[in-house]
Write a protein of this length. Structure first.
Length: 399
């Protein structure tokens, strides 16, 4: 049915590529292009021979002209940006110049300011519309499926949604005292930043990890969770009718918090360059180099993730609560695609989002977040491709 250019070949991309190859009826041909070509070739070697034709290329996705040249040579129907948030704008620009559809899983961040927001990507809205192409922003799990869950709740369960709490629990144990489940640099920037939530039309800022709650997660049990700023808060605040408050909580164990605080206190999480033995280095990038590679956690991680949304709103004039979530088992993911559940829960929705565009199920022209598309087909695909969801109509609410 179509051709996809997949940029990046890390944890998330590897899962998405496995899933594209499982879905050969839609992904007839893929080109895997990343900074380190040997990783693309190794994956091609592992997955080749199926219905999906695979080729590979070396690409510096910070360079728009290089991306344009590759798009012109391969002529994909969609570019899946599974590299890092730093590359969002260069890749979107290349898609615009070549009139090619675009998808990513994380909103733009500049390498030298740990601030992520949709503004600069939303600014492409009119240009993409005029060019007759679609950009799907934030199509992983959170953001991604959390937006699809919100659109689904809005469409089928509520007349008006007033409160959303997004809960992201990871009960996986990899046996290391400290490691991050996805790109350490991006992960630590997110957690070390100030928290915030949306209430009554404005942002309320908190100190990093200032707000803590305990929640008893289905199939996981009781966990400490902390309020973080998270990118889907920004788009859901704009797109969900009647919203009064949205918060995002993520679970962290005590060992993770203690190590993070210590690293922070000694300056290792800083993104300000320093001079070390005559050479400029960024402490956080150095830290990334000494931490375990997230891709290596797969075989060691045991346990489950539970990510979902609790909604409170009104249906037919009555107050209603509704919780929708997915539970994913780290070891089952590893057995299937050789990655742990964090990469799996992000890579599967990225493949499904691209399939939505390739099949025409999602075909609005312009730049959109996932909750702006019809959720029903996507929800059906989630169950089919390994991320089934459960509903609870009387959940315990977060205080
Ligand atoms: P990894 O670090 O494992 O992979 C990133 C990949 O991008 C690597 O292959 C890397 O190449 C490549 N890359 C980096 N810079 C460039 C560049 N300039 N040009 C070409 N390729 C480049 O990250 P993850 O797979 O863990 O994360 C991928 C994305 O998914 C991130 O944006 C992350 O924020 C997002 N994410 C989203 C989630 C969600 O639920 N929405 C959850 C988790 C992650 P090399 O191999 O050379 O390093």
């Amino acid at each position: 049915m179509g051709k996809a250019l997949i940029i990046g070949c890390g944890g998330v991309a590897s899962v998405a590529i496995h899933k594209c190859c499982q879905n050969g009826a839609v992904f007839e041909e893929i080109l895997i292009a990343s900074r380190t070509k040997s990783k693309c070739d190794a994956l091609k070697e592992k997955l080749g021979g199926g219905k999906t034709k695979i080729s590979t290329a070396k690409l510096d996705a910070d360079n728009t002209e290089e991306i344009i040249a590759l798009i012109k040579a391969f002529e994909p129907d969609i570019v899946m940006n599974l590299a890092l948030p730093y590359q969002d704008l260069t890749i979107m620009e290349a898609c615009l110049k070549t009139k090619t559809n675009y998808l990513d899983t994380a909103n733009y961040e500049s390498p030298d300011a740990a601030k992520f927001e949709y503004k600069r990507q939303w600014e492409y809205g009119d240009k993409f519309k005029k060019a007759g192409i679609t950009a799907v922003l934030g199509c992983g799990f959170d953001p991604g499926v959390t937006g699809v869950f919100s659109a689904y709740a809005m469409k089928h369960q509520f007349d008006e949604i007033n409160y959303i709490d997004i809960l992201d629990a990871n009960a996986g144990d990899h046996g290391y005292p400290f490691a991050t489940n996805f790109n350490p640099e991006i992960n630590i920037r997110e957690v070390a930043a100030k928290g915030s939530y949306w209430q009554d039309g404005k942002w309320i800022e908190t100190e990093p990890l200032e707000i803590k709650r305990v929640y008893n997660f289905p199939q996981i049990g009781e966990k400490d969770m902390y309020l973080l700023h998270h990118e889907e808060l920004e788009s859901l605040a704009k797109n969900i009718k009647g919203i009064k408050r949205i918060r995002f909580f993520m679970t962290f164990g005590q060992s993770y918090i203690t190590h993070l605080k210590c690293l922070e206190n000694v300056g290792m999480t800083s993104i300000k360059p320093i001079i070390y033995e005559g050479k400029e280095i960024v402490p956080l990038q150095f830290l990334k180099a000494v931490l375990p590679d997230p891709a290596s956690l797969g075989p060691r991680t045991k346990g489950k993730t539970n990510i979902g949304c609790i909604f409170r709103g009104k249906k037919n004039g009555k107050l209603k609560d509704y919780y929708i979530y997915n539970v994913c088992d780290h070891q089952e993911c590893y057995r299937e695609v050789g990655s742990q559940a964090i990469s799996y829960t992000t890579g599967v929705p990225a493949m499904i989002g691209a399939a939505m565009v390739l099949t025409g199920a999602w075909n609005k022209k312009g730049v959109y977040n996932v909750e702006e598309f019809d959720p029903d087909v996507f929800m059906a695909e989630l169950s089919k491709w390994g991320l089934p969801w459960k509903e609870d109509f009387s959940p315990v609410l977060v205080e």
